[in-house]
Design a protein around this ligand. Structure first.
Ligand SMILES: Cc1cc2nc3c(=O)[nH]c(=O)nc-3n(C[C@H](O)[C@H](O)[C@H](O)COP(=O)(O)OP(=O)(O)OC[C@H]3O[C@@H](n4cnc5c(N)ncnc54)[C@H](O)[C@@H]3O)c2cc1C
Length: 554
């Protein structure tokens, strides 16, 4: 393969049937991947691969909004303090400062590309969510993510230098391992692109790139109950880990306190903003129980609310608690939450202005991820990461509501600056082998994939979820390790398919979460274990996890 030095603007990528050469490969088409692609398309050709239809992403489901300091009674320092306080001592203050201070500029850019945030009297209508001391959540009614995704995709469609490959599922990042190149121990690894399954044609293509951006989002599907759509199977964490990248803080999984009970998968989320608007959490017998747990009551940060709900459910044996907005003016509810109101009424026959909403927690967000510096660079050369899959240091042990969309836009911009630097360098000429599926067969036993997936999700829900203990985590680890061996064996002899690739990733991400949780011998933020129920003020480091030996087949 011939690699170009990309000092200058280059034409669109070149393509043959199974090998696609591009300057920059972006894996994922959520807010992080799309924002980054728009910026770097000024520098070079960009191919975006995305495993489903292009808008399908966690971004598309975000309701509440994006946090930024725009109010006159607000300040950068207040937003920084709120973020640090919710992050429970593990946020990297310097990175939080960057995110908060650069936020307003990135918000302006979103407005410039056509995002319509809700306004009142020509000013942004800013709302408040749990953990925020001021109103600072910009939103587009209660469909903020959808509006951002729409505007980004529209803008992308105007860029000649960007091509989107829908239904292209990244399987693995290409590194020296695939080149069968021996690497001395002090030599850095490089990323040369990725292998991806074209789901329409059922062939594996080789995407070769000078720079690869991993923006593949979260991993909610590791758990039985999740707010995340099916695309969120943690592929990016698994690919990066297998490639040898450094990951961190995978034990910090945020559970959203309020998803509609029995709404299916993904669970229908009742936005945090509903509590910000005056919604009160009650037991089924009517008690406003949050006052027993935190002075901020229903507006306490998510981890506190989630554990309070978990405790109340265990005490009462109930399957849900209730979110009550019936005391608020019904016209205001309809105006502020038109979609939640409509969806509950039409799909679930629930009039939230008159009836309490039955809610349970569900896995929502991964605070840890692939470690990056402030320019989006990972521990592997030419591999960048941004968005939910990345661990920039802003969330620490818990994420402040609506900081994730902000993190994605700020650090995708920063990663574009990092990419600019990277493109000044000379790229090595390497020859990458095509995908080799010799020795594999089509397997008829697809039902096993579904069974294995359910086992992983149930195990993680029961033993690696909201309240942990060493005993539960060890139990989870034994089951996960066993499943991983079984799945590895299945993967080795079977032709790749969407379900199989996801399963291989889910089981690995589950293991990374459990191993990280076992390493942290304290309770902090989202990680709560009954064996070490207090925070240990000496444990202020991140939980680093990476593959020590050369990647083998798995
Ligand atoms: C219901 C819900 C509500 C939320 N509300 C808010 C909110 O109000 N405010 C806030 O700040 N955050 C919110 N979040 C979190 C926020 O939406 C996400 O963290 C953020 O959108 C992540 O953006 P991303 O670009 O990193 O990932 P995503 O938007 O998830 O995009 C990931 C992309 O990668 C693709 N992909 C994944 N794996 C592969 C693969 N192997 N090959 C190819 N493509 C792949 C996916 O198809 C998708 O296109 C919410 C999340 C959910 C689920």
């Amino acid at each position: 393969m011939v690699r170009k030095n990309l000092n200058t603007k280059t034409p669109r990528h070149k393509e043959n049937h199974l090998e696609i050469k591009t300057d920059i490969l972006v894996i994922g088409s959520g807010i992080a991947g799309l924002s980054y692609a728009l910026k770097v398309s000024e520098l070079a050709s960009v191919a975006i691969i995305t495993k489903k239809e292009k808008a399908e992403s966690n971004t598309n489901y975000a309701q509440g909004g994006i946090a930024s300091v725009v109010g006159t009674d607000d300040s950068f320092e207040m937003h920084i303090q709120d973020t640090l306080s919710v992050g429970c001592g593990l946020c990297h203050r310097d990175v939080v400062e960057l995110m908060v201070k650069e936020g307003p500029e990135r918000i302006n850019e979103l407005v410039e590309i056509g995002v319509h945030f809700t306004r009142k009297q020509n000013k942004f209508d800013i709302s408040r969510e749990g953990g925020h001391s001021r109103n600072r959540i910009l939103h587009a009614a209660d469909l903020t993510g959808k509006e951002i995704e729409r505007a980004l995709l529209e803008k992308i469609s105007e860029q000649k230098n960007i091509t989107i490959f829908e239904n292209h599922f990244a399987i693995d990042l290409i590194t020296e391992h695939h080149l069968k190149k021996k690497k001395s121990s002090d030599e850095k690894k490089h990323c040369y692109g990725a292998y991806a399954l074209d789901e329409d044609e059922n062939v594996v293509k080789t995407f070769l790139a000078n720079v690869t951006m991993l923006s593949s989002g979260g991993a909610g599907q590791v758990y039985l109950h999740t707010t995340n759509p099916p695309i969120a199977s943690g592929d990016g964490y698994a690919m990066a880990y297998r490639a040898g990248a450094k990951l961190s803080n995978m034990e910090f999984i945020q559970f959203h306190p309020t998803t509609l009970y029995q709404s299916g998968s993904p669970a229908y989320l009742i936005s945090e903003a509903v509590r910000g608007f005056g919604g009160v959490l009650r037991t089924t017998s009517g008690e406003a129980f949050m006052k027993k747990y935190d002075e901020r009551e229903s507006l306490a940060p998510r981890d506190i609310v989630v554990r309070a709900i978990d405790t109340e459910l265990k005490k009462s044996g109930d399957e849900f608690v209730e979110l009550d907005v019936t005391h608020l003016p019904s016209e205001k509810i309809k105006e502020h939450f038109p979609n939640i109101y409509k969806k509950c009424l039409e799909k679930f026959k629930l009039d939230i202005t008159k009836e309490k909403i039955p809610v349970v927690p569900a896995a929502h967000y991964v605070c840890g991820g692939v470690v990056t510096d402030v320019l989006g660079k990972t521990s592997i050369e030419n591999l960048f990461a941004c968005g939910e899959v990345a661990m920039t240091g802003v969330h620490g042990a818990n994420r402040l509501a609506s900081n994730s969309l902000l993190e994605a836009v700020v650090f995708s911009h920063r990663a574009s600056l990092g990419t600019k630097q990277q493109l000044q360098q000379k790229f090595e000429n390497v020859s990458v082998p095509s995908w080799d599926e010799s020795g594999t067969v089509n397997n008829e036993e697809w039902i096993l994939i579904e069974h294995n997936k359910k086992e992983i999700q149930q195990t993680m829900w029961d033993y690696g979820g909201i309240v942990r203990s060493d005993l539960r985590l060890q139990r989870a680890l034994r089951r996960i390790e066993f499943l991983r061996e079984e799945i590895t064996e299945f993967y080795r002899r079977t032709k790749v398919s969407e379900g199989l690739i996801e399963l291989r990733n889910l089981v690995l991400v589950a293991e990374l979460i459990v191993r990280s949780a076992l390493q942290r011998k304290e309770s902090r933020g989202l990680h709560y274990t009954t064996d070490f129920s207090q925070t240990d003020e000496t444990l202020l480091g991140d939980t680093i996890i990476f593959k020590k030996e050369e990647p083998k087949e798995f």
